[in-house]
Design a protein around this ligand. Structure first.
Ligand code: FPP
Ligand code: MG
Length: 325
């Protein structure tokens, strides 16, 4: 999808910016859903499961470092998406929880490595000193490696009451999302593009791989272990790709509109580092319009599902479009 042809695919479902009790309309059905409460409950479950998955044990230093970043209080977007997709296709939360935790472990490790001096050289993440600032570069690299390895071990060892073929499909999906044609691919093109003029197709490649792939895999894996039919899984893939791209477009907008304190990470650094971003390529107003369109397009992919069951994913699209940090 590109910014230029995107508007033709946009439907006229109007996202509301406020988070909390929402009324929305799919198939002319009015439904009410407490999104804020849903997020809080799921985030708490995920946090407890992560805490249990990485106990403080020997060797102490590495587990301290892993826990420092993993339990630093991120928004838990990927794990909650994973659980919501599983529940949408009729699966139980417990079935998706190990996978959900794995997506957060991978996300956290990618941020630890992204912040390293050899990458973005950042000092602040989730309102705290970055992992290498707190533990040193050597420990931070290893903490990232250990989290990546643990993510796959955790899925294989902890996913219970799910047919094995579904677990294997989910592992393959997640593995491809983080590798050289996924997150790593997006990051390498991002690094190579720094200081260069890039067009929309390169920028879209970076965002779709660096950010959207893991969000997509979180949703798709949740739907797979929840027992979703192939057609539903693929529809949810399209939904997730839109919100994945949306997530990064909003990230680019926040970088130039919010303060370091509001973001909990260094603001304005895309400008300083001469990174390509949507606001730079299309201007702030057009980037905002594009974000709005992506949110609406994502919601459109949910039309064929039961409105009440799709409520969490529907609200998620609004939440990502209008998040403030
Ligand atoms: C943040 O982007 C970084 C990412 C979304 C992913 C970075 C990926 C890697 C470092 C590869 C990790 C390795 C594996 C094996 C998954 P940003 O710098 O634009 O955003 P920020 O402002 O939050 O730092
Ligand atoms: Mg960075």
């Amino acid at each position: 999808m590109s910014a230029s042809n995107n508007s033709s695919m946009v439907q006229t479902i109007h996202a509301r910016p406020e988070i909390g009790l929402k009324k929305f309309d799919i198939h002319h059905q009015e439904t009410e859903f407490e999104f804020k409460e849903y997020m809080a409950v799921k985030a708490k479950r995920v946090h407890e499961a992560l805490e249990e998955a990485v106990p403080l044990r020997h060797p102490l230093k590495i587990h301290e470092s892993m826990r420092y970043s993993l339990l630093a209080g991120g928004k838990r977007v990927r794990p909650i998406l994973c659980i919501a997709a599983c529940e949408l296709v009729g699966g139980d939360e417990t079935v998706a929880l190990p996978l959900a935790c794995a997506t957060e472990m991978i996300h956290t490790m990618s941020l630890i490595h992204d912040d390293l001096p050899c990458m973005d050289n950042d000092d602040l993440r989730r309102g705290k000193p970055t992992n290498h600032k707190a533990f040193g570069e050597d420990v931070a690299v290893l903490a990232g490696d250990a989290l990546l390895s643990l993510a796959f071990e955790h899925i294989a060892a902890r996913t219970i009451d799910v047919p094995q073929d579904r677990v294997v499909r989910a592992i393959a999906e997640l593995g491809s999302a983080v590798g050289s044609e996924g997150l790593v691919g997006g990051q390498i093109v991002d690094i190579a593009s720094e200081g260069q003029w890039v067009d929309f197709s390169v920028l879209e490649y970076i965002h779709l791989h660096k950010t959207a792939k893991l969000l997509e895999a979180s949703v798709v894996c949740g739907a797979i272990v929840g027992g979703g039919q192939v057609s539903d899984v693929e529809r949810l893939r399209k939904y997730a790709r839109c919100i994945g791209l949306l997530f990064q477009v909003v990230d680019d907008i926040l970088d130039v509109t919010k303060s370091t304190q509001e973001l909990g990470k260094t603001a304005g650094k895309d400008l300083v580092s001469s990174k390509a971003t949507y606001p730079k390529l299309m201007g702030l107003d057009k980037a905002r319009e594009f974000a709005e369109e992506l949110g609406e397009q994502a919601i459109d992919e949910l039309k064929c599902f039961d409105a009440a069951k799709a409520a969490p994913l529907h609200c998620f699209a609004n939440y990502i479009a209008h998040r403030q940090n």
